[in-house]
Design a protein around this ligand. Structure first.
Ligand code: HEC
Ligand code: HEC
Ligand code: HEC
Length: 458
């Protein structure tokens, strides 16, 4: 016969066991929540759904549109202000069609045309994370600043009918096909929503192509956002990724830098909050997929290094104002041969940023300066100061024209008028740090992804 204590212990363990199994039916298992967290990173939900000084996922970030500001919403599990009362079906419908639980259509600032490609399993994991891995927060939602009648939402329904694809969850191709390539396509076209910035937009502000099967416009470069151009991610010359290996792409996404370039503008947010968290395998898949995209611009010439300028500068032959300004202000870091210093000061010779007809990014970085973000695997943020105060419009145009056309670069010259225009909106670059930004930590959200704000609003 068992002693009373033994019996009591047996009863207790039975209770605990049933308790545990009951809990298991209400909260999904930790593994699923963790998977959802990874997917939320891949989708960069936090970058848009958190406001400066606000809590992660509690919404409130303003996004400028031509007709007024739209604010992102609270997607924490708070039952009153967040999505705590949303069933999986409600969430799934929003993510695939842009239609909320309340029945209206959201602004396509929320990139649901991309998220509609998620697999059912991934959508469930994402939902599990938002419901059980994110603390509820009672921040109320903010109405848009868009005045009536433009604030009426029915045109968004029409937009959705015309421009958003029929929602079709991704079904992995069975057996056939290169699985790594398919995984890369899934991440880039779906959660990564890379096309939101890197694909040009049409008359309705819709992305001209949502996948590589639609047309060559896919990832062939988007318009400037806040003075930064999101360049082509296709395997092409003239601003694309032709000179980058798969390993170079993966390194850039993980650390914000590689031997060709350093991240700036809106891409800093993508690296800091999203891509640095991707596994080695997933980064490899993304890189492989991007390298598989054939050139859209077939006439662009490859970069061929030319040492004429470097030799002239070395011999003290400085025959243009641009060259003189470069020697005085820039060569200390980027060197007279434009080759930079490893991953600390990016090379300008051959840099994809300097191979196109659009000098916007180059002008803006000279005006505003830049900061390569600190990441977990490359912890030092590297800074270039801005020259807005020390160089006038004509001088900046001269030095930018110099770097766009020296050492073999194929870029176009810049004009003082272009500089004057960008000067009006240039913001001296401040760094973002991820440290206080992750869900579950108590810190506030640092500088908002300002560039995000103007991304794609209609
Ligand atoms: C580029 C910015 C951006 C990104 C990235 C983004 N969202 Fe949104 N999202 C928005 C905006 C803006 C709204 C509100 C639109 C409106 O009110 O019309 C919104 C609305 C929503 C809503 C509707 C909430 C409600 O109460 O109506 C949900 C749910 C949502 N987003 C989930 C997500 C998830 C999950 C992710 C990541 C996978 C994500 N969002 C990524 C901008 C974004
Ligand atoms: C919010 C807008 C935005 C989104 C979303 C975005 N990017 Fe970018 N990206 C930019 C901008 C702006 C640049 C130019 C600055 C730079 O080169 O760092 C850039 C640059 C890049 C570059 C460097 C290209 C070069 O030639 O220097 C790569 C590679 C890249 N992005 C990959 C991606 C991938 C992959 C995704 C999706 C997972 C993505 N981007 C999503 C805005 C964005
Ligand atoms: C103190 C060192 C330093 C000086 C001086 C400097 N830069 Fe930079 N430059 C950098 C760093 C660091 C970056 C990367 C910044 C980033 O990614 O945000 C950079 C980035 C750039 C880029 C973008 C390339 C890329 O791939 O990120 C251009 C173009 C550029 N600099 C041009 C210039 C010009 C023109 C001058 C002189 C007017 C200049 N720089 C002066 C350090 C410097």
């Amino acid at each position: 016969m068992k002693k009373p204590t033994q019996r009591w212990l047996a009863a207790l363990s039975l209770m605990l066991a049933t308790g545990a199994s009951m809990a298991a039916t209400t909260a999904p298992d930790a593994q699923l929540i963790k998977q959802g967290e990874y997917l939320a990173r891949a989708g960069d939900c936090i970058a848009c759904h958190s406001a400066p000084q606000g809590k992660p996922y509690a919404g409130g970030l303003g996004m400028a549109t031509p007709i007024g500001k739209v604010y992102s919403t609270n997607i924490t599990p708070d039952k009153q202000h967040g999505i705590g009362n949303w069933s999986f079906e409600d969430f799934d419908k929003l993510m695939r069609t842009g239609v909320t639980k309340q029945g209206y259509t959201v602004y396509p600032a929320m990139p649901y045309p991309s998220y509609s490609r998620l697999s059912d399993a991934d959508m469930r994991a994402l939902y599990a994370y938002l419901m059980h891995g994110v603390p509820a927060n009672a921040a109320p939602n903010r109405a848009s600043d868009i005045p009536w009648p433009l604030s009426m939402r029915f045109p968004l329904t029409v937009w959705r009918w015309v421009f958003a694809p029929k929602p079709a969850p991704y079904v992995p191709a069975a057996g056939a096909g290169d699985q790594q390539l398919l995984r890369g396509a899934y991440l880039v076209q779906g959660l990564g929503h890379c096309g939101a910035c890197h694909t040009a937009r049409g008359v309705g502000m819709q992305e001209k192509a949502l996948t590589d099967l639609d047309s060559n416009a896919y990832l062939a470069g988007g318009a400037a956002i806040d003075g930064w151009v999101a360049p082509s991610l296709r395997n092409e010359h003239g601003g694309g990724l032709a000179r980058w290996s798969e390993a170079d792409i993966a390194e850039f996404l993980k650390t914000g830098r590689n031997s060709h370039s350093a991240s700036f503008g809106a891409m800093n947010d993508v690296v800091t909050h999203s891509m640095q968290y991707m596994s080695k395998d997933d980064l490899g898949s993304i890189a492989k997929y991007l390298k598989s995209l054939p050139p859209a611009n077939t006439s662009a010439k490859p970069f061929v290094g030319d040492d004429k300028v470097a030799k002239a500068l070395f011999a003290g032959k400085v025959d243009t104002t641009g060259a003189q300004l470069y020697l005085n202000n820039c060569a200390g870091c980027h060197r007279s041969d434009g080759k930079g210093y490893g991953k600390a000061f990016p090379a300008l010779a051959g840099n994809a940023v300097l191979q196109t007809a659009d000098p916007t990014s180059a002008i803006n970085i000279v005006l505003s300066g830049g900061m390569v973000p600190a990441t977990h695997t490359a912890p030092s943020a590297l800074v270039m100061g801005g020259y807005a105060k020390t160089l006038n419009d004509q001088q900046i145009a001269e030095v930018v024209s110099f770097i766009q056309t020296s050492w073999g670069n194929h870029g176009s010259a810049a004009t003082a008028a272009q500089v004057a225009k960008l000067r009006k909106t240039a913001v001296p670059v401040q760094g973002t740090t991820e440290a206080s930004f992750a869900p579950g930590r108590s810190g506030t959200v640092p500088v908002p992804p300002a560039a995000r704000a103007n991304v794609m609003q209609q």
